[in-house]
Design a protein. Structure first.
Length: 297
C-alpha cells in the first residue's frame, strides 16, 4: 500500500516536468512548411496567369473582352475576372466603361519607358538610320515626342552632297514637320483636341499649316496612309517624309524619316523612297519589340 502511494506521488511530480519538456521540444511542423510550399506554388501560378493576361491584352490594340481573354489564356471566366480586377486596381490594366474591354494601363508604359530610355533608343536607332542614309543618300532622323513638340534624338547623314546639318537634340514644332505630324497622328482624339486648344500654330514658312481644321484633315489622311510629308513647311529649302515607329505594345514610340533639299527631293521622289523608309521603320520597330511589323509595309 505504501509502495503504491509513493508511485502515485512520483507520477504526480513527473507530470509537470513532462509538460514543460513537451512545450520546449515541439514536434516537427511539416504541415507549416507544406502550407508555405502550397502558398508559393499558388503565388507562382497566379503570377504566371497575370503575365499571360497582360501579354494577351497588349496584343489587342482595340482592347479585349473578358470572354475572349479567358479563352485565349485558358482560364475560367471567374478566374480571369478576379486577376484582371486586381490588375485594374493596380493600374496595370484599364477597363473601358462602355465596352468593358480591357486595355494596357499607364504604369506599364512607364516601366517600358524606363527600360527603353533615350540612350538605348539612340544606340538601337543609329545603325538603322545609317543604313537608311546609305540607301537613300539623304539625312535620316529618328524623333520622339517632347511635350507639344518633337525632339530629334538620332540622325545620320547620307553620302550625297548638300546634307542637312541639324544637330541631335534639336526641338521642332509638331504641326509643321513630317516627324511631328506622325506623332500627332498617334494621339487619341481627345489628346489631339487638347493639343489644338493649347498650341498656337505659328507659321515657320509660308507653307506652314496654321488652321486647325486643315491640320485635322491632314492628320486624318496620315492615320489612313501611315505616312507624313513636310513640303517646305518648316524650312523653305527642305522637304521631308516620315513614318511611325512602334514599340512592343503596338503604340507609336517615335517617328523615322529622311530630309533633303527641295531641288533634289520632289514629293514624287519622297514617295519613291517610301517603301525603303517603311522597311527601316519596321526594322526599328522590331528592335523595340513590336510584332507583325511586316503587315504595315
Amino acid at each position: 500500500m505504501a509502495a503504491r502511494t509513493r508511485q502515485k506521488t512520483v507520477e504526480k511530480q513527473a507530470a509537470p516536468r513532462k509538460t514543460a519538456i513537451a512545450k520546449l521540444v515541439q514536434p516537427p511542423q511539416a504541415d507549416i512548411d507544406d502550407d508555405a510550399d502550397d502558398r508559393q506554388r499558388v503565388g507562382v501560378q497566379s503570377l504566371g496567369r497575370a503575365f499571360a493576361i497582360l501579354e494577351e491584352v497588349a496584343r489587342h490594340r482595340d482592347g479585349i473582352g473578358l470572354a475572349d481573354l479567358s479563352k485565349l489564356v485558358g482560364l475560367h471566366n471567374s478566374t480571369t475576372f478576379h486577376l484582371a480586377k486586381t490588375m485594374v486596381s493596380l493600374g496595370y490594366l484599364r477597363q473601358e466603361k462602355d465596352s468593358k474591354r480591357y486595355r494596357i494601363g499607364r504604369p506599364l508604359f512607364a516601366l517600358a519607358a524606363s527600360a527603353l530610355d533615350e540612350i538605348e533608343m539612340v544606340n538601337v536607332a543609329t545603325p538603322v538610320l545609317e543604313d537608311l542614309s546609305r540607301e537613300t543618300s539623304e539625312s535620316a532622323h529618328f524623333a520622339v515626342r517632347m511635350g507639344d513638340a518633337v525632339v530629334v534624338i538620332a540622325r545620320t547623314s547620307g553620302p550625297g552632297a548638300f546634307q542637312l546639318t541639324d544637330r541631335v537634340g534639336v526641338v521642332r514644332p509638331a504641326h509643321c514637320t513630317a516627324l511631328g505630324k506622325i506623332i500627332l497622328a498617334s494621339l487619341r482624339p481627345e489628346q489631339l483636341k487638347r493639343f489644338l486648344e493649347r498650341v498656337d500654330l505659328k507659321p515657320s514658312t509660308e507653307k506652314s499649316i496654321t488652321d486647325s481644321a486643315a491640320l485635322m484633315k491632314e492628320i486624318a489622311e496620315i492615320k489612313h496612309s501611315g505616312i507624313a510629308f513636310d513640303d517646305a513647311e518648316f524650312n523653305p529649302e527642305v522637304r521631308c517624309i516620315a513614318v511611325p515607329v512602334m514599340d512592343f505594345t503596338g503604340q507609336t514610340v517615335g517617328a523615322l524619316g529622311i530630309s533633303g533639299p527641295i531641288w533634289r527631293l520632289s514629293i514624287q521622289a519622297l514617295q519613291n523612297h517610301a517603301r525603303t523608309i517603311r522597311a527601316a521603320a519596321n526594322r526599328l520597330s522590331a528592335e523595340f519589340g513590336a510584332k507583325d511589323t511586316a503587315k504595315s509595309s
